[in-house]
Write a protein that binds this ligand. Structure first.
Ligand code: ADP
Ligand code: MG
Length: 359
């Protein structure tokens, strides 16, 4: 178990800077996910922590000790890769024991360590097999087993489930989480899949083009995204966004968006006339005018998508595309105009220019 601290970390490939001044503190035993689109710098960040990539500036500390100059093999950090990186000519047991053998751990100690890890991962029946004789999920378990036998202070996982089919991904997700809880080892998990990040992590770190946009508990980030980028990145279908202008008179404020004037109860200290973005999540739009004085959005339905458990309505409010999700079923037809309402407490208000949250 260990703490990891990253201070003003930078990385440039040649003249191109891909990680800009990243600060991040990870507590002992924490499960932290780095999430962001492809190319935003997740793997680079992870590889710098592992020592596989030289850093351009800043510091990485493990348990309060700067490890910038420590060789990868001496960092006591184990990495699991997307492509598993197993040795094809070694058996499962040999693959799992390989790093211990490299460290000259006596044979008599390797076997029990491998057996223990195999037991944790349900790999006992496969110890004598070769990687090509295993399914994708089993290979991924072997890759994890190889990391576990070393009993490292930190695990680094780089998109470990990307090569698995959807059903197995869901299963492995909870297996990894359970395993990490049992071992209590600090784990940094890279993914572009927000459901993985949301369901597995104590803390998510949203990255965008080499910068951290927000750090927080999954639901805290979901409930209060700190800017437009995070608001549109986290959540599926994405948050509906309406561009407008803030109107203030007396103590009241409202957003003028198209023909609609949407009152905001006690919202925002921004000045009258500020260009804003009003956000509301698809699940916070409800059908009908509820009489509670909530604003009403006339919504032209363009597409009805039943998924079974949920119904998604795609359409437009004014000229802005919008999505509303409902549990259960509704007698709504395409091309119909229906009234949607939303509790203003579920509104998100952002400054259009800076993208920063205003409420
Ligand atoms: N060895 C390299 N040389 C030059 N550019 C690189 C190298 N590795 C990654 N990059 C660039 O750095 C950025 C971040 O890459 P990466 O960390 O792999 O992103 P992610 O893992 O989030 O998809 C990308 O723009 C990528 O093209
Ligand atoms: Mg990557």
């Amino acid at each position: 178990m260990a703490t990891v601290e990253i201070n003003r970390l930078r990385k440039a490939y040649g003249k191109v800077e891909v990680i800009h001044d990243v600060d991040l503190a990870i507590a002992e035993g924490e499960f932290v996910s780095l999430i962001g689109a492809s190319g935003c710098g997740k793997s680079t960040l992870l590889r710098m922590i592992a020592g596989l990539e030289p850093i351009t500036g800043g510091e990485i500390s493990l348990n309060g000790r700067v490890i910038n100059a420590v060789a990868p093999k001496d960092r006591d950090i184990a990495m699991v890769f997307q492509n598993y990186a197993l040795y094809p000519h070694l058996t499962v047991a040999e693959n799992m024991g390989f790093s211990l053998r490299l460290r000259n751990v006596p044979k008599a100690d390797i076997a029990p360590a491998v057996r223990q890890a195999a037991e944790l991962l349900g790999l006992d029946p496969y110890l004598g097999r070769y990687p090509k004789e295993l399914s994708g999920g089993q290979r991924q378990r072997v890759a994890m087993g190889r990391a576990i036998v070393r009993k490292p202070q930190v695990f680094l996982f780089d998109e470990p489930l990307s090569n698995l089919d959807a059903k197995l991904r869901v299963q492995m997700r909870s297996e990894i989480r359970t395993l990490q809880k049992r071992l209590g080892t600090t784990l940094i998990y890279v993914t572009h899949d927000q459901i993985e990040a949301m369901t597995m992590s104590d803390k998510v770190v949203v990255l965008n083009a080499g910068r951290i946009e927000q750090v927080g508990a999954p639901l805290a980030v979901y409930d209060r995204p700190s800017n437009v980028f995070v608001a549109s990145f986290i959540g599926s279908p994405a948050m509906n966004m309406f561009e407008g202008t803030l109107r203030r008179s007396g103590g009241e404020s409202a957003v003028q968006t198209g023909d609609l004037l949407v009152p905001l109860p006690g919202h925002s200290s921004a000045a009258d006339g500020t260009d804003v973005v009003l956000g509301v999540r698809p699940e916070h739009l409800e059908l009908g005018s509820d009489g509670a004085g909530h604003p009403v959005f006339p919504f032209r339905v363009e597409l009805v998508e039943p998924t079974g458990a949920e119904l998604q309505l795609h359409g437009r409010i004014g000229t802005t595309p919008a999505v509303a999700t409902f549990r259960g079923r509704l007698p709504v037809r395409e091309e119909e105009v229906v009234n949607l309402t939303a509790d203003p407490r579920n509104f998100h208000l952002f400054d259009k220019l800076s993208g920063e949250r205003l409420n």
